[in-house]
Write a protein that binds this ligand. Structure first.
Ligand SMILES: NC(=O)c1ccc[n+]([C@@H]2O[C@H](COP(=O)([O-])OP(=O)(O)OC[C@H]3O[C@@H](n4cnc5c(N)ncnc54)[C@H](O)[C@@H]3O)[C@@H](O)[C@H]2O)c1
Length: 355
């Protein structure tokens, strides 16, 4: 259906089924002997058999983790290394990450480090992983309560997106991914944002052609950014739009809210600052609230505003504890700054939590 090439390094294929995996592996000259599929205990029920059929004639090993963020730790990595060694997995083997961002981040880190790096492919099955985490080569795990603090940059050999996997994804997980999709429109592409707003009903009703187009456009935006700035030394940081607020709100909620809900509140807070600085209009914020509410991701609990601010000071993306905010110069154009006063940030948090 769609193909995107990232900086002549690897391809992203967007399809409606799993039928073409083998063909693309051959086309992209990805050679291997054994196959190790890493998946989780939800995803395997639906798609493991399908994927295995793509590797008929190979030795296929399967490692299944328990679903969820709690699995993203170094013990898990240790257990996978042990599994690989016990099964004599050599450096010509291929790791297949079948699942959401958790499976993708773990599998990528294992692939990056086992025998100093073996090939892996991403087969993302959540909307978030399809438009975000499978692209750009960030891999890693959480450690001592800090998210993604141990890891490395390591690109997959290809990314294979089967949009039909979204049929079994819980609705709130789909909505969670919509926060990143909407973010892509705000930071880089006003036309894309208008496409999302115009097609919101079709998106909500899982219209396959519209979903494929949406995922393609989002992947292209992320692909363009990571091609220019692979190691997040510059422009890649605009992908964090809404995220410094969002991570802090997630932490404050004790991870009781979804990542996308935190990001949605963060998008509104960042837009409030952009509005206060005279870059965008109040009606732009109203429009953003509308589309985020349409996908059920702009919803609240009561939070302590000062705690949210305090968490932001320790965000790992800051320099010298100066809070970095991604703002909008206009809709479809974002930039980073660390020159926003504490009071303005507190006001923005308060505003974003008022609904
Ligand atoms: N590497 C990156 O650049 C990057 C970017 C953003 C997020 N992340 C990471 O991604 C992770 C979040 O990823 P996620 O939102 O995909 O969460 P996830 O991997 O935990 O998946 C969410 C839930 O959906 C289930 N699931 C997945 N696909 C399914 C399907 N098709 N049908 C039914 N159930 C399905 C999973 O079992 C899980 O319960 C976080 O750990 C985050 O740090 C990484």
């Amino acid at each position: 259906m769609y193909t995107i090439n990232i900086d002549k390094k690897y391809n992203i294929y967007i399809e409606k089924d799993f039928n073409n995996i083998k063909r693309y592996l051959i086309k992209d000259n990805i050679e291997y002997n054994n196959v190790v599929i890493i998946t989780d205990d939800n995803v395997c029920k639906y798609y493991l058999q399908n994927i295995k059929e793509s590797f008929l004639g190979y030795n296929v090993f399967v490692y299944t983790i328990k679903y969820g963020e709690q699995s993203k730790n170094l013990n898990q990595i240790y257990n996978i290394y042990e599994f690989l060694l016990n099964n004599n997995i050599d450096r010509k083997s291929l790791i297949v990450a079948l699942g959401g961002g958790v499976v993708g981040d773990i599998s990528g880190f294992v692939a990056a480090t086992y025998m100093r790096g073996i090939k892996f492919i991403q087969v993302p099955t959540t909307l978030l992983s399809q438009v975000d985490s499978s692209i750009g080569g960030k891999t890693g795990v959480d450690f001592l309560g800090k998210k993604n603090i141990i890891g490395s940059f390591y690109n997959p050999s290809l990314v294979y997106i089967n949009i039909s996997t979204l049929n079994t994804l819980p609705k709130e997980q789909f909505e969670n991914g919509m926060a990143e999709v909407i973010k892509h429109g705000y930071i880089l592409d006003k036309d894309y944002l208008n496409f999302i707003i115009d097609k919101k009903e079709e998106i909500k009703n899982y219209n396959k052609n519209i979903l494929a187009e949406m995922i393609y456009k989002s992947c292209k935006i992320k692909a363009n950014i990571v091609s220019i700035d692979e190691k997040e030394k510059g422009i890649r940081e605009i992908l964090n739009f809404g995220h410094t607020f969002g991570h802090s709100i997630e932490t404050e909620s004790n991870f009781d809210i979804l990542h996308g809900q935190g990001v949605a509140i963060g998008i509104i807070a960042s837009m409030y600052i952009s509005y206060k600085k005279g870059y965008i209009l109040k009606e732009d914020i109203e429009k953003a609230k509308e589309i985020l509410k349409y996908f059920n991701i702009y919803s609240f609990k009561s939070f302590n505003i000062q705690n949210i601010y305090n968490n932001m000071v320790y965000d790992k993306k800051n320099d010298n504890k100066q809070i970095k905010i991604i703002m909008l110069k206009k809709i479809g154009q974002a930039f980073a700054t660390n020159k926003v006063s504490q009071q303005t940030i507190l006001d923005a948090i308060k505003y974003s939590l008022e609904g």
